[in-house]
Design a protein around this ligand. Structure first.
Ligand code: CP
Length: 430
């Protein structure tokens, strides 16, 4: 009876146990039905103007930001749109100091954050948890609205909600095809965990090698007991009979892969873009999903499909509103008292995306120019290995800017004589 989601953080899908995810979907289902009937759904509204919701979007967003904004308004909360682009963030103020300050303006707070910094909500959960304890304030809740290439858990929850809705809430089995840029797409990475809501999972991964699902996620899917098949293109997929009824497309992000792949762009796109003549080769009951936005000029789901029964992505997009109302309601303390399932096993959450590696050799190479070995600090090695020197310098600059590495430190491009190629190193002592 005392169960509460108050002050919890949703950094990754696993931050909610499977039972908690099922609870979210069930609440969202009831809410959606109620709102569709034109009811006010008063029981679903927090109505606490002292609970502050901060939208902190350091990267562009339409759907996530607007659905959270409208969800917070639905609840009647104190909504703050933090102007991250024009704030002191640009003057290198730390996010920790900013969040600490903002917490002081509300009796209780929920932060919804989109950032390039992977794991930022987990960091804030830890840093602000101890701060709140010392200051005698309630813990703030943090929701990851997309962190770099890592995860987008609330998109995953709305996706799974949409798949469940398609399956008439039957969790026994799903057969899904993931199509597009499986390398960069955080929404397909999140499927590794999110699809666990179904007891039996068959996943068909459709992408050319250059855009294939990273091995880490592929192995995790297999470890989760999913039946996984891999196809290099839609043509290859359509040449066999066991096709999934649910197809989940993603946008290609080849602009993130440098010159080499940009040149191959057309070929990569063709491998995962639906063509008109495929219509005769798929079951008409197939439904297409997409996290949106689609690419404006070269969408993997072409616009001629918009007004066909294949279109399940519009409803999926609308579902973001219902699921996000429930997520705010959970972290804001409205929902939870009637939760009876298995809660979160705190030990299961930490993600192994940073791995400790054994030190193989104490010898550090001395380079003739630029870099000295460091005993303590950060070294980023093998930058752009095998590329032209100009590209490696370009890459070093990007890393510096993206990670905001502007300390006193050194860097360089070096030749590996034995392997006859170049690589970059950034070295930050201390
Ligand atoms: N699907 C999604 O995250 O869309 P936005 O980038 O518009 O938020």
């Amino acid at each position: 009876a005392d169960y509460s989601f108050r002050g919890r953080t949703i950094q990754v899908v696993k931050d909610l146990s499977l039972d908690e995810q099922a609870y979210l979907y069930e609440k969202a289902r009831i809410l959606k039905e109620s709102l569709k009937k034109g009811e006010r759904a008063e029981d679903f509204r927090i109505g606490n103007p002292d609970l502050g919701v901060y939208l902190m979007f350091m990267e562009d967003s339409t759907r996530t930001k607007e659905s959270f904004r409208n969800a917070a308004k639905f609840h009647g909360l104190k909504l703050n749109d933090f102007d991250a682009k024009n704030s002191s963030f640009q003057k290198k103020e730390s996010i920790t100091d900013t969040v600490k300050m903002l917490m002081g303006y509300n009796a209780e707070s929920i932060f919804i954050i989109r950032s390039k910094q992977e794991g930022v909500c987990r960091w804030l959960e830890k840093a602000m948890g101890s701060y709140a304890e010392k200051a005698g304030m309630p813990r703030a809740g943090f929701i990851n609205a997309g962190d770099g290439r890592h995860e987008h858990p609330t998109q995953e929850f709305l996706d799974e909600f949409s798949f469940l809705e398609y399956h008439a809430w039957d969790r026994s089995h799903i057969h899904i095809a993931l199509v597009g840029d499986l390398f960069h797409g955080r929404t397909v990475h999140s499927k590794t965990e999110g699809l666990k809501i179904f007891r039996e999972v068959e996943v068909d991964l459709i992408a050319p090698t250059e855009l294939a699902m990273p091995e880490h996620y592929l192995n995790q899917m297999i470890q989760n007991g999913y039946k996984v098949r891999v196809f290099a293109s839609l043509q290859e997929y359509l040449a066999q009979a066991h096709q999934a009824p649910v197809w989940y497309f993603t946008r290609l992000q080849i602009e993130r892969m440098g010159e080499k792949l940009l040149k191959q762009g057309e070929q990569l796109r063709a491998a995962v873009t639906f063509q008109r003549d495929y219509l005769t080769r798929i079951d008409p009951a197939t439904r297409f999903f997409h996290p949106l936005p689609r690419h404006a000029e070269t969408p993997t789901i072409p616009t001629f499909l918009d007004d066909t029964p294949f279109n399940a992505w519009d409803e999926q997009s609308r579902n973001g509103y219902f699921t996000r109302i429930i997520e705010i309601g959970m972290l804001g303390g409205l929902f939870g008292k009637d939760f009876t399932g298995k809660g979160l096993d705190m030990g299961s959450v930490d993600e192994p995306f940073i791995e400790e590696a054994p030190i193989r050799s104490k010898d550090k190479p001395e380079y003739k120019i630029g870099i000295r070995p460091v005993d303590e600090g950060i070294v980023i090695d093998h930058i752009g290995t095998g590329s032209e020197t100009r590209q490696i310098w370009d890459h070093i600059t990007k890393i510096r800017n993206v990670l905001d590495l502007h300390q006193v430190s050194s860097q360089g491009v070096f030749q590996n004589v034995r392997q006859n190629h170049y690589k970059g190193i950034i070295s930050i002592p201390g």
